[in-house]
Design a protein around this ligand. Structure first.
Ligand SMILES: NC(=O)c1ccc[n+]([C@@H]2O[C@H](COP(=O)([O-])OP(=O)(O)OC[C@H]3O[C@@H](n4cnc5c(N)ncnc54)[C@H](OP(=O)(O)O)[C@@H]3O)[C@@H](O)[C@H]2O)c1
Length: 313
């Protein structure tokens, strides 16, 4: 089978013939999604290291290749893994696979799992967003950011989307964000809007503190990532004076420490997906051979970038 291979961390990726993966449920991949973490894994900069040579890719949708583990050949599924998804076939434990609802196109399923679950868990499990609360999303046109905008709206929140360009802010407004803001003068703009009850922050860097300063009494700040490359250090007096609590969400930690709540949240999110209430935005689809171009989109993406691995599987 053909797969993208990383032979040297940070080095060029190649598409080559490799043996099929063994163990778990074999899935013929139709689309793989590019996730921020994939780029870090390829660079050797992620908190968990992959051993070279390896096939990158952590999210996919496709068709089960053989009966077994509660799945049947031909079942349409989506799922995630640490690596292995940028390939014609991936093999994963059954627990990492979910059936694609009948009405949902496969590319949408490939774009849904990681970003929407991250956003949902930050909003529901961690921040416990209530109807009518004001939710501010940083990096709001990125994959996690757009998912957070969409899901916070579904939860009945008033959404303030913060993004770096007109085009990105227009995409957030089109999705239904009540207010769109640039990063400049963020603290003042948030205060003028009445202050944020919840901040979802996948970006980090200097904007985190400005968003924290723009929160109202009793707010919940949720850090989910550091796409800017900078882990911010915030003055804790802000938390003390504002009665704000600072949280984080990370899949790994929750999977180790509170699997049951994570599973309950997933059930609720997947129900919304099956009902057609959730529509991940796809920025671009590149063929497998253009993996470098797909990975280069980076910050320019509005929503999700996909690799089309095989047609018509
Ligand atoms: N905790 C978890 O379990 C979990 C799960 C999934 C993802 N994450 C993390 O969440 C973060 C965002 O992921 P994502 O999938 O939303 O990524 P993404 O689609 O690339 O979006 C990231 C956003 O961050 C902003 N940004 C600021 N500086 C940037 C830079 N130097 N390079 C790229 N983007 C930059 C951009 O928005 P502006 O241009 O508007 O600033 C961009 O749209 C990543 O750090 C990822 O690792 C965490």
């Amino acid at each position: 089978m053909r797969a993208v291979r990383c032979h040297t961390l940070g080095g060029p990726l190649v598409v080559e013939e490799v043996p099929e993966p063994r163990g778990g449920v074999p899935v013929d991949v139709r689309f793989a999604a590019v996730n921020f973490a994939d780029v870090l894994v390829i660079q050797g900069a992620y908190q968990v290291k992959a051993e070279v040579p390896f096939t990158p890719g952590s999210e996919f949708a496709g068709v089960v290749a053989r009966d077994g583990h509660g799945f049947g050949a031909g079942d349409r599924v989506f799922g995630s893994a640490f690596t292995g998804a940028y390939a014609e076939r991936v093999a994963v434990p059954a627990a990492g696979l979910h059936r694609i609802p009948a009405a949902v196109p496969m590319e949408r399923a490939a774009a849904f799992g990681v970003s929407h679950a991250t956003a949902f868990n930050a909003l529901r499990l961690v921040a416990d967003v209530q109807e009518g609360e004001r939710v501010t999303v940083l990096g709001a046109a990125g994959a996690v950011g757009l998912a957070a905008v969409e899901l916070a709206l579904l939860m009945g929140a008033e959404v303030i989307a913060v993004a770096s360009s007109e085009e990105k802010r227009a995409a957030c407004a089109e999705l239904g964000a009540h207010t769109v803001l640039p990063y400049e003068n963020l603290k003042r703009a948030l205060r003028e809007a009445g202050g944020a009850d919840v901040v979802v922050d996948p970006v980090g860097g200097p904007h985190s503190e400005q968003a924290l300063r723009g929160m109202r009494w009793g707010g919940r700040f949720v850090s989910v990532g550091f796409a800017s490359g900078e882990i911010p250090a915030v003055p804790l007096n802000l938390a003390m004076l504002k009665g704000v609590t600072i949280h984080g969400f990370d899949f790994g930690g929750w999977a180790r420490h509170d699997r049951e709540k994570l599973a309950a949240a997933r059930t609720e999110l997947h129900r919304l997906f099956a009902e057609g209430a959730v529509h991940p935005r796809i920025h671009a689809v590149h063929p497998l051979d253009e993996v470098d171009a797909a990975l280069r989109v980076g910050r320019d993406a509005i929503g999700k970038v996909l690799l089309e691995v095989a047609r018509g599987v």
